[in-house]
Design a protein around this ligand. Structure first.
Ligand code: GTP
Length: 295
């Protein structure tokens, strides 16, 4: 069989996670309209009768403003090592800028095979010249124009990825969707709902940690999670008037967690302030599973 590891890299918000969900035909990783949604590298496993492809989702490459951002960028760069192929994703509607220049430099050092993916062509004109601009800085093996929203170019890209991979073993069981534990998947679902429902600085200041998952005798799955924010004002926003916001977040998250685990869920959400955690708190970085990965 054909098998191997394929890392998606690009600036924030270009559609890396959306492409992976589209390859897998299911939601494996969270997607929002907010940049820097993905904070960790996450391996997502695609299977068919003749291949297994491990797509590695990475945080968007950006200029970090705090330690969390530095960890995110470093983990993305680490994910370029020891993989069979890189998909360099560019947003057709934004074109080529400083972030792409930086990524070209990083990829030149990594010396991997690279496919260029110009995504979001449904909302862009004038994107045909993007490959030429990138090719001035980086050797590109193939170019694809895609739209996840319209389903354009996705199967062609997937087929080309398959063809590019070597003959190899099945690395993961076929029923495994990501390499992350259930607690991580649940915390991501909760974080996604917070990102969808809050604005401005709040989304970036949130970390979610699942404290407990327990099967109750009545068949209900009990899940306790803590949402960390950096300031009291953010806690106020997350809780909302008479608890209305946290209730809405909890309901949306619970419904999706129930789909994931296939049973009723009782979701117990708490909000705590941990000042400046994105710069200082290594415990949280450790708990959201980033520290171990990049040391
Ligand atoms: N119009 C359009 N929107 C898209 C397309 N692909 C993704 N999007 C949207 O772009 C936004 C960002 O998508 P993500 O998949 O989270 O992007 P990402 O590159 O993983 O983002 P980060 O986590 O910030 O690195 C979401 O609102 C998606 O729905 C596309 O082909 N066309």
């Amino acid at each position: 069989m054909k098998s191997g590891f394929v890392t998606l890299v690009g600036r924030p918000n270009v559609g890396k996670s959306s492409l992976i969900n589209s390859f897998l035909g299911r939601k494996a990783v969270i997607v929002t309209e907010k940049p820097q949604t993905t904070r960790n590298t996450i391996r997502c496993i695609y299977n068919d009768s003749e291949s297994q492809i491990i797509f590695v989702d990475t945080p968007g490459i950006h200029e970090p403003l705090h330690r969390l951002g530095e960890f995110m960028v470093r983990s993305a760069i680490q994910a370029l090592k020891h993989v069979d192929l890189i998909l360099f994703v560019v947003d057709a509607s934004r074109g080529v800028g400083d972030p792409e220049d930086r990524i070209c430099n990083i990829l030149n050092q990594a010396k991997n095979r690279v496919f260029l993916v110009v995504n979001k062509i449904d909302i862009a004109d004038d994107y045909e010249k993007i490959p030429e601009l990138i090719k001035q800085k980086l050797e590109i093996e193939k170019v694809f124009f895609t739209s996840v929203v319209k389903g354009i170019g996705i199967s062609e890209l997937l087929n080309a990825v398959k063809e590019a991979l070597p003959e190899g073993p099945q690395y993961f069981p076929t029923d495994m969707v990501t390499d992350r534990p259930l607690s991580f998947q649940i915390s991501e679902i909760i974080r996604e709902k917070i990102l969808l429902l809050t604005r401005e600085e709040v989304p970036h200041c949130v970390a979610v940690i699942v404290d407990e998952i327990a099967e109750r005798s009545n068949g209900v799955l009990y899940v306790a999670a803590t949402v960390y924010v950096e300031r009291d004002s953010q806690k106020g926003i997350l809780i909302g008037k008479n608890g209305s916001m946290i209730k809405q977040i909890g309901t949306l998250a619970r419904l999706e967690i129930e789909q994931l685990v296939g049973k009723k869920v009782y979701l117990d959400l708490h909000v705590k302030v941990k000042k400046d955690w994105r710069n200082k708190d290594f415990i949280i970085l450790n708990e959201i599973g980033m520290k171990a990965e990049i040391e």
